[in-house]
Design a protein around this ligand. Structure first.
Ligand SMILES: [Zn+2]
Length: 88
């Protein structure tokens, strides 16, 4: 999984991996913490993996993955502390 490339956040990554293994994926997640620790990258990689239409193949070009690559996925919404919303 791509989020293996995210440095640190081991407890969070373990939690997310177990959620996937147990097929216990929640309808939303909050990634909170200090700026610059990889929250956004981890959140995007997790969401991209979950939403992929081809079981998250390497270099997948499904519609969902292409939307993520274009920072325009309709099911991924990021809200920062200033309450600015933006898409993937
Ligand atoms: Zn895909």
């Amino acid at each position: 999984m791509k989020f293996d490339d995210v440095i640190g956040n081991e407890e969070v990554k373990d939690y997310l991996r177990k959620s996937l293994e147990n097929k216990n994926i929640l309808h939303s997640y909050l990634f909170l913490g200090t700026e610059g620790i990889g929250k956004l990258k981890l959140a995007k990689e997790f969401a991209k993996f979950v939403l992929c239409q081809n079981n998250s193949e390497e270099n997948c070009n499904c519609k969902s993955c292409l939307c993520f690559e274009g920072n325009n996925h309709p099911d991924f919404l990021c809200i920062n502390e200033r309450r600015r919303c933006y898409k993937s």
